[in-house]
Design a protein around this ligand. Sequence first.
Ligand SMILES: CC/C=C\C/C=C\C/C=C\C/C=C\C/C=C\CCCC(=O)SCCNC(=O)CCNC(=O)[C@H](O)C(C)(C)COP(=O)(O)OP(=O)(O)OC[C@H]1O[C@@H](n2cnc3c(N)ncnc32)[C@H](O)[C@@H]1OP(=O)(O)O
Ligand SMILES: Cc1cc2nc3c(=O)[nH]c(=O)nc-3n(C[C@H](O)[C@H](O)[C@H](O)COP(=O)(O)OP(=O)(O)OC[C@H]3O[C@@H](n4cnc5c(N)ncnc54)[C@H](O)[C@@H]3O)c2cc1C
Length: 618
Amino acid sequence: MGITDMQEAFYYRECAAAHENSPLGLHYAMFLPTINKQATPEQKKKWLPLAENYKMIGTYAQTELGHGTFIRGLETTATYDPKTKEFILDSPTLTSKKYWPGCLGKTSNHCVVMAQLYTQGKSHGPHMFMVQIRSMEDHSVLPGIEVGVIGNKFGYGTNDNGFLSFDKLRIPRENMLMRYSQVGRIPRENMLMRYSQVSRIPRENMLMRYSQVHEDGTYVKPQNAKLAYGSMVLIRSSIVSDAARGLAQACVISIRYSAVRRQTEAYPGGEEPQILDYQTQQYRLFPLLASAYSLQLAGKYVFNTYLEVNDQIEKGNLESMPELHALSAGLKAFSTYEASAGIEVCRICCGGHGYSQASGLPKIYVDVVPGCTYEGENTVMMLQTARYLMKCYSRAKQGQKLPGFVQYIGQNLNKKSCMSEEVALGCLVMAYEHRAARLVEAAAMRMQSLIQGGKKQHEAWNGSSVQLFWAAKAHCHLFCVKNFVDAIQAKSLSSKTVTVMKSVCQLYGVHGILENLGEFMQDGFFSGEQVGYLQRKMLALFENIRPNAVALVDAFDYPDMVLGSCLGRYDGQVYQALYDYAKSAPMNQTEIHSTYYKHLKPLINPETTSDAMQFAKL
Ligand SMILES: CC/C=C\C/C=C\C/C=C\C/C=C\C/C=C\CCCC(=O)SCCNC(=O)CCNC(=O)[C@H](O)C(C)(C)COP(=O)(O)OP(=O)(O)OC[C@H]1O[C@@H](n2cnc3c(N)ncnc32)[C@H](O)[C@@H]1OP(=O)(O)O
Ligand SMILES: Cc1cc2nc3c(=O)[nH]c(=O)nc-3n(C[C@H](O)[C@H](O)[C@H](O)COP(=O)(O)OP(=O)(O)OC[C@H]3O[C@@H](n4cnc5c(N)ncnc54)[C@H](O)[C@@H]3O)c2cc1C
């Protein structure tokens, strides 16, 4: 393609083969970024040109049969042999076989492998290693390696997710990705090169980060063990926009179709209205349209935050790592939950045609929904965010100032909503802040009471994890609402655009409250009268958005080729497209299907069935 910018290349591929999940997807999304972020300058100089020119095609092999979430529980081992200055990779158990990595079964000839590092008889936890698995001559599997595909999945049919195991495979010491931690002496030129790369960090950081080691395999600790998790943070930060894209495309298809589809006479003898005029259709689709806009803004924010924080990390300043981890983990979970559920509602809103592959919706769904699992199972990710929120809560209670977006934590909860008939954006934000602050405090109180009752820390954690999940979800929801409101209020949009987008933003906030009313009303923050304001405002917003609904989805500007949908075509020629799709079905290429002769004819006309068929019946 010749496109150098990673994101532009991603969008090009999305246009060229939307939701096809390329067999090179992991090469681009994780193999290249891992070399970029986890390899030393020396290693990058050696591997990047090869990988960027497809002379190395790779994937990210971390998950095993027995472990995906708990990285520290991975069983693949990499044991350093100081005599030969090699690592010995081994899959000691059945459950240690790598299982799930995309593009692994048949496509990749290399992979970055996450394995437990052992040196001088001691384990140092999970580290990344570059491993060649197939010959560059004939793609045959190399000795000491077993690799293959894992078989049919729920979707992702074009991706050869695979399994991989090692039988005491030896790789050179230089194949451990050593940007942040090392085994064996660091060549002087690396030190200088790294110094020039991080020349702005104080000398003591250099020593702490790059202290000398002996060739006997003494291990150099990284500044933070979680630096090795960096590639996952990158993808989590990218998945938010990916989920938003899927939901937006589903909204385009279902709302355009709802403007074309007419069904049921509105009154006896009357004409059949567009189904988009049914209030129940608006109730299901318009909040999803609002959510698509909200998640797109959230995706931009979190990816830009990733770029900023990663820039700091590469200069040795790890201060914002915890906040980035909490934000990316929580928003990855929140966005994929919201988008997956929303795409399914869009499909159902299209009736029978929504169930056809011709709608394009099943393909979008099976492309987005695994995002609830991969790159960190959503519940686990939400609990990681909750872990950060608990720390923020205790700091707030000690009177410490909290960073940026978590300043709402620890606020005075003894207040009521300012909500009026107008439903001001500021009152919406206040409601979400109050709900999140209250749920964070409730989870913290729950943990405290369990510990005071004699439970150990891990027992109190598990005994509070439902409330911790609620708190994290409320935190992410607040982020999306506030980020949307800030964008509306900051944007220098034309007055007409602001009016329309303000209604969309208001609907996102109002609908979110009404769909989670218990959490907003549990402490009497809202009165019954104020809930009435919200219900009436929601119905009024449906009417307000209806005239611009098609324009709002057109604004996403997805070409028909990307949508791949007979229902969501820009020209609205749905029925002709469906009929053409049916006619082109492979089974329609012959008038009588070959199975008639073998299975139906003997039933229908046994007397005329040929002797062979009679014989077959015996
Ligand atoms: C430029 C972009 C170009 C292209 C990309 C474009 C689009 C991408 C869009 C879509 C995706 C497309 C293709 C990809 C398709 C599929 C990819 C799927 C690949 C995979 O699935 S790879 C495998 C993913 N696996 C996981 O994510 C495993 C999840 N588990 C974990 O992360 C960890 O086990 C854990 C965090 C759950 C627990 O880790 P731990 O046990 O080591 O830590 P603790 O719980 O004890 O916490 C200790 C401490 O550490 C902090 N912490 C944890 N993780 C991080 C982190 N990543 N960064 C910073 N800090 C971290 C934690 O907060 C704790 O801190 P505390 O202070 O002690 O509280
Ligand atoms: C389409 C697809 C592509 C993938 N691509 C790759 C890839 O390229 N490379 C790769 O390495 N991996 C890949 N994976 C694997 C993926 O990263 C893992 O499946 C994911 O990390 C979840 O881990 P798991 O499967 O072990 O689930 P588990 O962790 O076993 O989750 C099962 C259940 O246990 C719960 N649970 C687990 N731990 C906890 C906890 N501490 N607290 C509360 N509940 C918990 C979870 O919430 C979940 O409900 C892919 C997976 C899929 C589906």
